[in-house]
Design a protein around this ligand. Sequence first.
Ligand code: FMN
Length: 177
Amino acid sequence: MYTDFLELVKRRQSCRDFNDKPLDSKVVETIAETAMLAPSACNSQPWRMYLVTNEETVKKVTIAVQERGHNKFASGAKAYIVVCDKQATLRPGTESKFDRNHFVKYDVGELIAYITLTAESMGVASCILGWINYAELKQAVCHADDEVCNIVVALGYTDTPIRAKVRKAKAEIIKKV
Ligand SMILES: Cc1cc2nc3c(=O)[nH]c(=O)nc-3n(C[C@H](O)[C@H](O)[C@H](O)COP(=O)(O)O)c2cc1C
């Protein structure tokens, strides 16, 4: 029984209060390398991660996630992992039943979960950011035209204590059938 993992899941929370401690780019790389172990439909791995660790590009990505006054706390982020969706290549039998990109959102969700939980396991705080100015983000990371970047994960350190989780009632989410 991996009791530490249960603790890790409980500890992971969205960080909106990064402190000034710098984040080593090697730590960001380890987080991304570990996240590569995430599962995906037919092992298609329809994703790419752009690691943003240099100060100039971090500033550009910060602007891209702060459109219309959103995500002000991102000014404290020390690095970002910009996650892009890519076209999936499924096994032939699977591709004849489903649209080839049917599973991409689920796959990328797995990747993001792996990123945030790996970060937490290394003592690195994270916040998933979906509010993005796509044109500014593309300018910042120069991602390929066939990639769609819908999610950015902000990374850094924090002194904020663990909050109580706010979740819907168990009976609303979990049904025994
Ligand atoms: C797809 C996605 C997009 C999100 N976008 C943002 C965002 O733009 N800004 C933000 O502050 N939090 C964002 N979040 C974080 C959620 O608000 C947060 O996960 C949720 O409120 C639960 O809180 P917790 O992560 O602390 O457990 C996003 C989360 C997900 C999964």
